[in-house]
Design a protein around this ligand. Structure first.
Ligand SMILES: [Cu+2]
Length: 117
């Protein structure tokens, strides 16, 4: 009887931990729009562990390119052309600040801030 109670408690804890960790991750959505701010939200603060998905809701193709892609530094992400109605998803980014822009329309700029959860 005591063992059964312990087992139920253990299973409950495992189940709870599973639910909590599921809540701790997910997908953060950024919309590509026309006109400004082009990327909405323009500054996205995202807890570490979330995927980030950019959805193109405009009638033309856009890219999502980390600013460092055109310097000597590490190019952390570059979507290439994202067609109208399509999306681009990043599965993982280290905590930090990542300014990015659209290579096809450099006026389009955004920032992703990855924070510790
Ligand atoms: Cu663009």
């Amino acid at each position: 009887m005591k063992l059964a109670s312990a087992m139920i408690l253990f299973c409950g804890i495992v189940l709870l931990r599973t639910v909590l960790s599921a809540e701790g991750s997910g997908t953060y959505h950024i919309t590509m729009e026309q006109p400004a701010p082009y990327y909405s939200p323009m500054v996205a603060t995202v807890p570490a562990g979330y995927r980030i998905q950019w959805i193109n809701k405009t009638a033309t193709a856009h890219t999502v390119m980390h600013n460092d892609c055109l310097t000597e530094n590490v190019c952390t992400f570059d979507s290439g052309a994202v067609a109208p109605g399509k999306s681009f998803t990043l599965s993982f980014l280290q905590p930090g600040t990542y300014p990015y822009y659209c290579r096809l329309h450099p006026i389009m700029r955004g920032v992703v801030k990855i924070i510790e959860p």
